[in-house]
Design a binder for this molecule. Structure first.
Ligand SMILES: Nc1ncnc2c1ncn2[C@@H]1O[C@H](COP(=O)(O)OP(=O)(O)O)[C@@H](O)[C@H]1O
Ligand SMILES: [Mg+2]
Length: 257
């Protein structure tokens, strides 16, 4: 199950919603960012600063008002949201097949790929269940499987774990990281959880309040695969502290103090 992770370039990208020059809403400030092929990047920032808008621009679903987003032609892009957005009348396997079916893949092809993706997220044996029979964590796994079955070169995750309980979230973080290492996609995760951002990522992008700009891009030096013990280490605490300080706008004060 390998998709080749792709490079994504954002150059001077901003977004203003609304037709009028004055009455429009500046949703996103000017953003420059280059994603390396196969890296995992998290984006943290206050509510409404334009994170989801930025993901939609990366997906090619929304055109930026200024600047440009460069992405290779014809790459498979998959989205995972906080709401698993499953079809309640479809079984687990039929949900996992959905996106490929919509893309017009042959049934033999999408059945095999959905089965492979379900096995990868630990849902083998639940093919004939319905979404309402699954726990919140399992529904999120199914949502991930549906995305992975596309073999995405770019996987965009918009606060996927925000609604699951804390223990399940820790487990799903380990699984997400392992899936990313196996599948090789370029991953972009929007999250409110600074620990989650640092634990999963090569780099953490910290954004300002709306209209969001990039305040800082923080490299996370810890090797993969990361171990749960890392979360309790001094180095980890130092890095999450650094991200939080930037998020709160404290880094300049500290720098000039
Ligand atoms: N399609 C749209 N039309 C008008 N305004 C929008 C649209 N999408 C988002 N916005 C506004 O743009 C701002 C940024 O939204 P969003 O990207 O969803 O932020 P975030 O994901 O960081 O919370 C918000 O004020 C939001 O209401
Ligand atoms: Mg959002």
């Amino acid at each position: 199950m390998s998709g080749q992770g792709v490079a994504i370039g954002l150059e001077g990208v901003s977004k203003r919603f609304g037709a009028g020059r004055d009455e429009g809403l500046q949703a996103l400030g000017t953003v420059d960012l280059a994603l390396r092929p196969g890296e995992f990047v998290s984006i943290v920032g206050p509510s409404g600063c334009g994170k989801s808008t930025l993901l939609r621009i990366m997906a090619g679903l929304v055109a930026p008002s200024t600047g440009r987003c460069t992405r290779p032609d014809g790459i498979a892009t998959a989205f995972v949201f906080q709401e698993a957005a499953l079809l309640p009348w479809r079984t687990v396997e039929r949900n996992a097949q959905l996106l490929m079916e919509l893309e017009g893949h042959a049934p033999a092809d999408y059945r095999a790929r959905a089965a492979e993706a379900l096995a990868l997220v630990g849902l083998a044996g639940f093919e004939k269940s319905y979404p309402h029979q699954l726990s919140g964590g399992m529904r999120m796994r199914l949502s991930l499987a549906r995305a992975l079955a596309l073999r995405p070169g770019l996987l965009l995750l918009d606060e996927p774990l925000a609604a699951v309980d804390e223990l399940t979230r820790d487990v799903l973080q380990e699984e997400l990281s392992s899936l990313w290492r196996q599948a090789g996609f370029t991953g972009v995760l929007v999250t409110h959880n600074v620990h989650e951002a640092v634990y999963l990522s090569n780099r953490v992008v910290v954004m300002s309040p709306r209209p969001g700009r990039v305040l800082d891009v923080i490299e996370v030096p810890f090797e993969f695969p990361r171990q749960p013990e890392l979360r309790a280490s001094a180095g980890f605490a130092a890095l999450t502290g650094q991200v939080t300080a930037v998020l709160r706008g404290q880094h300049r004060a500290e720098a000039s103090a």
